[in-house]
Design a binder for this molecule. Structure first.
Ligand SMILES: *Cc1c(COP(=O)(O)O)cnc(C)c1O
Length: 225
């Protein structure tokens, strides 16, 4: 079935609004990041035409294939990287992305700092925390988060604005959102990227500033996650 993207966007925004009101927050504090991975540029263009500005992709190569052109045509777009970044792709990534949500290790943080200096471009950074301590998942472990955040901000002078997490699929998401919010608060970090199609309302209750929604906007993906 072909998804009705404008209608889906309207519905997701209404749900964000309702979730914000229910918890005494202002929906204008919450950014909807439309995760367009595996979806073709034509679908993305429908979302842009409907007024969507924040998008997320999880791979540098796929993002380049779709977004180099789209960003030229729509310079106001804000493109987030939400997947793991290999250090050998840092240069291309700093050229293309406006927000890095997955800073999670020193080697990458150093490469980003160096590349940002070289390009004179400073995309905002979020630190990914592996709140579920899952072996297969990226992110700094909760026990190491404080030291890592401090190093990224104070030593490498990365523009760190917040934290991001992807809770384990079978777990209570609320615990992970609460943990992420607690770590962010200790560091005075304002941005919290948490919540996806199935749990963004819970994330909003725990203070999400960015919700990353793919399926509820674009429909199911043909391959991958
Ligand atoms: C794919 C993806 C999403 C979107 O997930 P949906 O369940 O389709 O909304 C959000 N965040 C990250 C990091 C992703 O990789």
């Amino acid at each position: 079935m072909v998804p009705d993207i404008p209608k889906n966007l309207t519905e997701v925004k209404a749900r964000i609004e309702a979730a914000a009101i229910a918890t005494g927050r202002n929906a204008s504090e919450i950014s909807l990041v439309a995760i367009s991975k595996y979806h073709p540029a034509a679908r993305i263009s429908e979302a842009i035409a409907a007024g969507q500005i924040n998008f997320g992709e999880n791979q540098v190569k796929e993002a380049e294939e779709k977004w180099l052109r789209l960003k030229l045509a729509h310079p106001n777009i804000c493109l987030h990287l939400v997947g793991p970044l290999q250090t050998n792709k840092t240069k291309r990534a700093v050229e293309l992305f406006d927000v890095f949500e997955t800073v999670d290790r020193l080697k990458l943080a150093r490469a980003l700092a160096r590349e940002m200096d070289a390009q004179g471009r400073r995309p905002k950074c979020l630190i990914q925390v592996n709140t579920g301590e899952e072996k297969q998942k990226a992110g700094v472990l909760p026990a190491g988060a404080d030291a890592f955040i401090t190093r990224c901000r104070d030593e490498l002078e990365l523009p760190v604005v917040g934290l991001m997490c992807i809770p384990p699929v079978d777990d209570e998401a609320a615990f992970h959102f609460g943990l992420l919010a607690t770590i962010a608060e200790r560091h005075g970090l304002e941005k919290l990227s948490m919540g996806m199609s199935d749990d963004f309302e819970i994330a909003i209750r725990f203070g999400a500033s960015h919700v990353r929604v793919g399926t509820a906007i674009f429909g199911s993906r043909l391959s991958g996650q």
